[in-house]
Design a protein around this ligand. Structure first.
Ligand code: HXC
Length: 261
């Protein structure tokens, strides 16, 4: 894929899946801005992206703050021009049964994942290339598959899917495509450290995927790039599973395992 001189903003882009996406866009020639809460993680990510020969900038900000996002998007556009690609992937997760989860625990994940996704899109909108920009939100199979211990994440990701579809309808006439991907179990991510904390749990995840393996950050990045490329120029409003087929039925096995844990 060639994204030479394209401006890419990845919210949550300093670790895991989102950092993999940022790396892949740098490798494809893009100028990449990343944003996450902690300055040290931002500094490390920007240094790593520059070490790969890319142009990169970073912002330490919380996606729950629209003011901080407004400033980051404006600064990116001031430096490089209109934003071609926006990836919204900041997320929080932990496992908890619903009756053990505090109202603030539920609200915290809704605020980071769902409100954060809206805030990222809202702050970016004035600076998106019109026509031509492409947005990819990071959802999850939990958005349509009810999953024990994940009531907060299920609710937040379902909201992200509807934000994605609604924005695709409203912003399509301006030439902006809005899609989401729903990754299954992906190696080297904070999310899977939390969802598969033991070797036995990790094996149960592997066994529940039709392809019998976890995905890689590169596999998520490649699909993200495809969605943002001209090859996907007539694709908008879709929630695309990238999960080795896990959402076809593996969630049932994992639901049983989670309930038994
Ligand atoms: C129950 C918990 C909890 C836990 C926090 N809370 N951890 N409740 N079990 N393990 C509750 C707290 O008690 C508190 O409620 C409320 O949540 C807010 O907690 P804080 O720590 O103050 O929040 P904050 O500092 O904003 O941290 C947010 C966080 C944290 C989500 C709780 O884990 C975080 O920062 N995570 C970021 C990294 C991350 O999670 N990445 C994974 C994303 S993967 P009270 O009532 O006590 O005040 C992902 C993919 C999902 O999303 C799909 C995979 C297939």
């Amino acid at each position: 894929m060639n994204f030479s001189n394209k401006v890419v903003f990845v919210a949550g882009g300093t670790t895991g899946i989102n950092f993999g996406i940022a790396e892949s866009f740098v490798a494809a020639g893009a100028r990449v801005a990343v944003l996450s809460r902690k300055q040290d993680k931002v500094d490390a990510a920007v240094a790593a992206l520059k070490a790969k020969g890319g142009e990169a900038i970073g912002f330490a900000a919380d996606v729950r703050s629209i003011e901080a996002l407004d400033a980051a998007m404006a600064a990116t556009a001031a430096q490089w021009g209109a934003i071609d690609v926006l990836v919204s992937g900041a997320a929080g997760n932990f496992v908890s049964e619903a009756d053990q989860l505090s109202a603030n625990g539920f609200k915290t994940v809704i605020d980071i994942d769902l409100l954060g996704c809206f805030n990222v899109m809202k702050a970016a909108f004035p600076h998106l290339k019109k026509p031509g920009a492409s947005i990819v939100n990071i959802s999850a199979p939990q958005s349509w598959l009810p999953t024990p211990m994940q009531i907060h994440v299920c609710a937040a990701k379902a909201g992200i899917d509807q934000v994605t579809r609604t924005a695709a309808m409203e912003w399509g006439p301006k030439g902006i495509r809005v899609n989401a991907i729903a990754p299954g179990p992906i190696a080297d991510t904070e999310g899977m450290k939390r969802l598969a904390p033991t070797p036995a749990a990790a094996q149960a995840w592997t066994d529940s995927v039709p392809l019998r393996r976890w995905g890689t950050r590169q596999e998520i990045a490649r699909v993200t790039q495809w969605l943002c490329s001209d090859d996907a120029s007539y694709v908008s409003g879709v929630i695309l599973p990238v999960d080795g087929g896990w959402s076809l039925g593996g969630s049932s096995a994992m639901s049983s395992a989670l309930l038994a844990s």
